[in-house]
Write a protein of this length. Structure first.
Length: 340
């Protein structure tokens, strides 16, 4: 029987437990995408609270790849210093940290001309503009910007890199038949729809140390008629499974409305299927708030469990859950008197 508080090793990264803080945009940067004090307090608190791995919010590889004007960025050398301050604050408080490298594609609300695999607008809301179709040069440029971002992430002290290929953002737009109508080598078959991701992964990997894990976040289900199902996404991942280490399994976001039935642990079965089909480590979750459900997850469905909103409500939830379960855990010495 595995416990949630058991350590976990993937390549050169050892986590003290299997609790992962899901990436969550804070919309707290400035227009240049720099780290602010908010980010330091917010993430360091979750490290103090006992999270094993923190995944930093979507951090854009291009100014036009941002969801909002207050997203974090990593498109220039100037971003490294603030990110370094952030990784140090997290490390000093006992957690490991991955960065989520992202490009919002047609869902960017900052780009005058958002980019996409095909000219299909996300919605008629004035927040979303009509995208332009990427040509081969633009495809190469974005892939190159992901690899430059990975190089900066290594310099900034991150322990792992996660590529954001979920929630209907640019990479997901290439995967999904709902948003990719291309007739060239990037559209059509699953192999073609996986090509953009494959090129990004190759570039990113070339900039990472050999023993640093590469993770990818996917929407395992588009939750929309005519979209991808978990089997399709697993097949896409099989085209790159020799280059990635962990799949962070989420869902939805490709269309403005999702037809999804949510309940505690609603993404766990997809995490189990991806693990079974690809043989890769997976992170599962979705509305998980309790220790018993998380414990069940790591024993039957996935290797690590992500917590999103629960960690917004309770930054010290891991310490509290261990105490309630009677599991001995090292607490920050400053808080020792609250342990007993
Ligand atoms: C405020 C907020 C911001 C989010 N930002 C991101 C993000 O930057 N990247 C991402 O992959 N998912 C993002 N998500 C989705 C979460 O990572 C997570 O998958 C989702 O909240 C479901 O998990 P939960 O039920 O434990 O909260 C965000 C969710 C919230 C609530």
């Amino acid at each position: 029987m595995i416990t949630l508080f058991e350590d976990f090793k993937v390549k050169g990264l050892r986590l003290k437990n299997r609790i992962v803080m899901a990436p969550m945009c804070q919309y707290s940067s400035d227009e240049n995408g720099f780290v602010k004090d908010w980010h330091i307090f917010h993430y360091a608190s979750r490290a103090v609270g006992g999270v094993g791995l923190i995944i930093l919010e979507a951090t854009s590889v291009e100014p036009d790849g941002r969801i909002s004007f207050n997203d974090l960025g990593i498109w220039s050398e100037q971003h490294v210093e603030g990110l370094k301050r952030l990784t140090s604050a997290i490390h000093e408080n006992g957690s490991k940290v991955a960065i989520q490298l992202a490009h919002a594609g047609r869902k960017s609300r900052t780009a005058v001309l958002p980019i996409a695999p095909s000219v299909i607008r996300f919605s008629n809301s004035e927040k979303y503009r009509q995208p332009v179709q990427m040509d081969k040069n633009r495809i190469d440029e974005v892939a190159d910007n992901f690899s430059k971002a990975a190089e900066r992430a290594v310099l900034a002290g991150f322990d792992a890199v996660e590529i954001h290929a979920a929630h209907g953002y640019l990479i997901n737009e290439f995967f999904s038949p709902l948003t990719n109508k291309r007739k060239d080598e990037y559209g059509g078959s699953l192999e073609n729809r996986a090509r953009f991701l494959k090129e990004i992964v190759q570039g990113v990997k070339s900039k990472m140390p050999h023993d640093m894990p590469l993770m990818i976040r996917v929407s395992a289900d588009d939750y929309y008629e005519g979209g991808n199902k978990v089997g399709d996404v697993a097949e896409i991942l099989n085209h790159i499974s020799d280059m990635i280490d962990v799949v962070d399994v989420s869902g939805g976001g490709i269309m403005p409305e999702n037809h999804v039935n949510t309940f505690p642990g609603y993404q766990l079965d997809n995490a189990a299927k991806i693990k079974e089909i690809t043989g890769l480590y997976t992170i599962g979750g979705g509305l998980i708030t309790t220790y018993p459900l998380a414990e069940y997850a790591v024993n039957t469905k996935c290797d690590l469990v992500y917590f999103g909103r629960q960690l917004l409500r309770e930054p010290y939830w891991p310490l509290k859950a261990a105490k309630e379960a009677g599991i001995e855990l090292e607490w920050p010495f400053q808080y020792e008197r609250a342990k007993f």
